[in-house]
Write a protein that binds this ligand. Sequence first.
Ligand code: NAG
Ligand code: NAG
Ligand code: NAG
Ligand code: NAG
Ligand code: NAG
Ligand code: NAG
Length: 938
Amino acid sequence: MMLTWGLFCVLVTLATARNKAPLLDDGTRTRNKAAECVFGKQVRELGSQWIPDLGVPIGVLYCMKCECVPLQKKRRIVARVQCRSIKNECPEPTCDEPVHRPGRCCKTCPGDLYDSDIIQDIVPQNVLDEEEKSSTKHYAALLTERSSLVLRNDFRLMSNNLNKNNVVATGRFTFHKKNLYYSFYISDKAARPRSLQFVDSEGNILEEFVLSRAGGLVNSLYQNATRKVCGVWKRIPHDYRKRFRMEKIYVALVWGVKDQAEFTLSGQVMKYAALATENFSSLLEPAVGTMTGAGGTAIVSISTSVSTSIYLAIVFNGLFTEEDVADVPINVTLSLDEKKYILQEVVRVKKPHYELNMVEVRSPVTPADLRLLTRGRLVLTVSSVSKPEALRLSGSVVTKVTCELFQATLSSSSDTNRFGTSGLAWLYLNNEGSLVYNVQIENLKTTPDNTTFITLVDVSTKRRTELEDLTPTFDFTNGWANGTLAKLSPKVLEPLYSGNLAVNVATPNDTSLVRGRLVAKPVADARDAPAPFLLKRENYTLPASAVGIAWLYVDNDCCIHYDVSLSGLGSDRRLELFLELLPMLAPGAPVMTRYLGDFEGNQVEGSPVTSLNREEIKRLDNGVGFLKVKENEITLLVATVRHVMAPSTCQPQNPDNDVHSIVDDSDVGPSGDCFYENKFYQQEAQWTSSDNPCTTCFCENGNNKCFTMECPEVTCPDNMKLEKVPGECCAICVNATSLVESNRNVPQKCIFNGQAYSPGSRFHPFLIPTGFDSCTVCTCDAKYLEIKCKRIYNENQCCKNCARVDYSMNGTYSADDEVPMLLHGVVPRKEIPAKSAEQILAEGGCPNLYDARKPYVNGSEYHPSIVSLGEYKCVTCKCENGKPTCWRECDKATCEKLFRMKKKQRTEAGVRWNNSQCCTLRMCRKYRHKKGHRLQKS
Ligand SMILES: *[C@@H]1O[C@H](CO)[C@@H](O)[C@H](O)[C@H]1NC(C)=O
Ligand SMILES: *[C@@H]1O[C@H](CO)[C@@H](O)[C@H](O)[C@H]1NC(C)=O
Ligand SMILES: *[C@@H]1O[C@H](CO)[C@@H](O)[C@H](O)[C@H]1NC(C)=O
Ligand SMILES: *[C@@H]1O[C@H](CO)[C@@H](O)[C@H](O)[C@H]1NC(C)=O
Ligand SMILES: *[C@@H]1O[C@H](CO)[C@@H](O)[C@H](O)[C@H]1NC(C)=O
Ligand SMILES: *[C@@H]1O[C@H](CO)[C@@H](O)[C@H](O)[C@H]1NC(C)=O
């Protein structure tokens, strides 16, 4: 296959087939493997067919047909891509000269109707739309030992031993298009389950989700605060959706360790009409030590419109004795602390079932009772009338099981919003029925005493009733109001659930500076992140009401999930979403840009197929990100994104993580930028430290290589004295009398390698990769402002091709030795390339730092050239596929010889040796204990 398989967020059965063990069978892994296919970068649902498009240069293979087929692997149904040639299936053409029509595999004749070589959707879109409209959105399941599916293939009936605490759970399931959001309440005494499985009636696992790692920790604020289990099964195949409608799907929670102390609770996923109006839920459990395997759940709805009333749909099992065969009475009570009874009713079950029974109760209640209900104070009990003590189930009525939060963007386009005040809000009900809220307001300008009012208002009526005041928690300095409303009024819940509750921000000048209606959203993926980000207007030509709310989240597979809702932009713009990541806010900081997707309208959620690389994960967590909403490359809205953490399973340093062993390192990380003194430098850039003008660095594969110069010695004539020049490393000789003045008056300097040198200054040139060349002294000619360099020799220093000259301390050299930089320039290399520089580089050549027009050819060995000196023969580099490897020529044998010599001999040999070996005493001493002869490798 010519496709390049990367690491995909939606895992490919093909690509993961090489893993030895199925990932989920090991409790320490947390990858969710979807039963769907990924081909190229496209996700295909189970059962779909397509003609493979392999892209350039192969193109579309019209005679191949691919299919995403289910495959049974032990108890698991996985998806696999199967492609086959359909050429042999072409019918005999009916005419003598059949033609090959574009986009078709088979040759056809005019009038031929055969079209099996055209792929059609398995289910036409209009049928899907129809199904979508008519099908039930809400499902529920009761998970008890009695309701558990006894698995035929893999008999794993939970033993009482393992479920000695008699754990019970209940789930709610809601379809949003093809995605199914799931939520569970589980007995308090149980730890968080290891995984969740969707199972068919034969016990085959259709889909599995890992819920926790060892220890049962949750890193979701929401799930921790509500004690719920939340998630989403995305892109459910058509066939499975049909099975949901037919109530042929079971759901199973799995605890413990595989093959050791594992136990499972399961239950059938069923439709209940009451779910559409559910406001509260209850998990009904037997008293400790009684009624093993029994349990129940209640779907509770309230109505406050005309008169206050309550409606209960109770699903349960286990309340019947062996004598109870028909028309059995069940006692239903709703009480405050089992003392004060709010509701007491006996209902009859026509035909008791072992697994599941349902009873319904409808009753008027007082507003005061409703308030108690809202605050989670009421206990629901269902009991047998004949054996009320032995056979009873009870549980508190609490916030409904469904994992959901309510969010709003706060904005206004009215004239009073002159400063473009905007904001966001999100809130949810925790397991005690308290409302947890967070409100963020930006660019708020009010009266000098900062008076602001933040309220929850019911907008269903014209009067806009204020229901709750959030102002006391508002901190004007940071713009946040975070808090919890414990004693919630039931009047809040109805408008909240019906979409009529809004957050209103008022100032003395304006009763509604900005506001936003709270919208319910299921909690999963991106919206399970700790907090969303505010998308603010970037372009002031946009209306002040343009604002957005964005959630970002990184999953166990290192894939990023986003969810963005906008307001004030209209709904017909074609928008694009980008994420720009920087290691920090600093000049020159390298930016990594990831395109997330495009969309029309006000809402988008998704996840790019390819996972984040290490550097992106690092920057999301530690760096700074900007989430940008663009239109035709113009940025409309921006959110500053910080501290988006990846789960530990996706951390780069985790060696036990197969994610990174598959990640191709070549597409990981930045280009090798360096960071030094709060600035970024690109690979191969050279700079001087702003702290110390004697320190010069260059950037090598993300590492700062810094060297500090020791200035050549200078002795000034009698009438002059040494003076340091700010910003320069080496002191210069200046007139003793008018030194400062003369300096000021002569601002001209020599420029060498981007650095300024005062006239008369003497320094060593800086060479990549070996640092300052102490064998060369350069001078800024005071008269012509010209740099001249010459090689010097002294006993301790290397000098290639040095003439033996006396090292004069007063700074004068014989003129022959000087190499005026401007005249010589770069020494031409032997091979003058016929190819262009771009061509050479494209073929793996290496850049020539001193003359960009003459890069080094791939595979060639060369001595790097230096502007003033020509080739620097003591350093040899080899260019290999764009990367130079350089070393200094000085081998161990040479050094050993040098050490064996007497001092006098050494000095004499020095010159000779330096000529041929580029080896000096000093270097040998330095590297005496090092092995090998390649002393400086890059
Ligand atoms: C989870 O919730 C408990 C109490 O509900 C709290 O004490 C704990 O700090 C929370 N943990 C996290 C990680 O939020
Ligand atoms: C129903 O339960 C309540 C509370 O336990 C009890 O007072 C009442 O008598 C029961 N009703 C019947 C018919 O058993
Ligand atoms: C509020 O109104 C007063 C008087 O109408 C005006 O002077 C002031 O600028 C207004 N403040 C803001 C923040 O709009
Ligand atoms: C209003 O807010 C500003 C900015 O945070 C602060 O400097 C000022 O002291 C506040 N004024 C009052 C009266 O709190
Ligand atoms: C409010 O909550 C948000 C999101 O969790 C947090 O970023 C912010 O710092 C909090 N503000 C205050 C004042 O607590
Ligand atoms: C703002 O948007 C307008 C058009 O909507 C565009 O012409 C302008 O260049 C944008 N300004 C910036 C700074 O992007």
